[in-house]
Write a protein that binds this ligand. Sequence first.
Ligand code: CA
Length: 460
Amino acid sequence: MPPPNILFINTDQQRLDTLGVLNPAAHTPSLDRLAQGGILFRNASCNAPVCMPSRHSFFSGRYPSSLGNTQNGIEMDPEVRLFHQDLSEAGYWTASVGKLHFLNHATRDHRIPHPAWDFDLMVNSDEPGCYEDDFLRWVESQNPDAVEACRCSTPPECRMPPLALEPRNTHEPYVFRGEEGYTHSAFVASRGIQAIEDAPPDRPWFVNLGFYAPHAPVNPPEHFWTDALERDLSFPNWEPGREEAMGKSREEWGSIVAAYHGLTTHVDEQIGRVIRFLDERGELETTLILFCSDHGEYLGDFGRVQKGPPGHDVIMQVPLILHWPQGLPLSGVQVEAPAELVDLAPTLVEAATGSVPNRFQGRSLLPWGKQDRPHWPRQSTFQEFMKEGWGTDTIRMGPYTYVRDSEGHETLWNRNRPEGEWSSVAEDPAEKTALESCRLEMSRRIPPDRRNPRPVTGPY
Ligand SMILES: [Ca+2]
């Protein structure tokens, strides 16, 4: 079998419960199609609860602290070898379209081309319309009159001239002002399709599609929001008796949750365009498609929005789907075993070259598509975060999540108990055995080559 073409699709801040295949109230027919024809990992974790370390980890196949990067603001180390460079060396033509977030964006002049990072094609846009970047240049190339309606407010820490058009918070959704075909998600899908069309015919290709949605600003085209309002989506998970969060009532949160799901359905529709394009070319069976998100989103749960430590399921768990009918005989499989985003690099390089470089710290996921219950020695997933001298290490193992912060404080959640992630059972004598098991597992999971953080050069 020749090396497969590889399509790596990643969204930003997409919760696991947005997948229709897992949640009847969610609507993601394109991702459901991939899951039903491939392998869905139900217990997949990101290895960092924020953007940059998570992304740098899964592109390098190494844990965040092994890279010296456990917070936003630390840029990708150009000396670190990334998995697409292995693919290039194996003869692949490589392209990156959309969000990458290797460099801080809030301090950058986006009129200057992004470093190619050894990709043969680099089309970069780390934010959806607040910078003069490849996204807005693409809109201008399609329709100059459409550009203004595609702009969005600059992020709070931006050091460029600020734009303040609409709110940027998860809990302040609004309708996208532009035409539906000119969203950032439509840009990533359209340029991604064009990249595949332009790939040299005599070489395998690797295309990274970095979608920004459903990261805030939560601004779906209107009908995606109104459609989601018709569905029976759950309200945020609040402690009993709570009636508001961030100044919003339960009823208002119902609309916020619908807007977020509207955005996940919109990005799903754009992903569907790329899938249909491959299908029409007769390449859906032979192309390896890997889908993930870089972390989840609180969406009001626990009275919080966005992301961060210590490791609640809504942040730590991410959708992860592997679809490669020609290379993987099993399909429609839902894997319960713990998978991590650090596994993506060895998975893709093994599929392309037949071997896994030993610098990778994750494990190839390919065995899950080749045999029922393959040997899988990992017992837990691991996540780490460290910012300005304080941080958390988290493992998720069976029904337990165990967190130890850098001051030694321990939290143990047992999701099988009614209090779930609301209160720690670390002090409960009935959980002593579980606590000891988690401590032992944590001691095994800390990366042995953990290093000091690299310099912070901007906010994000
Ligand atoms: Ca992110």
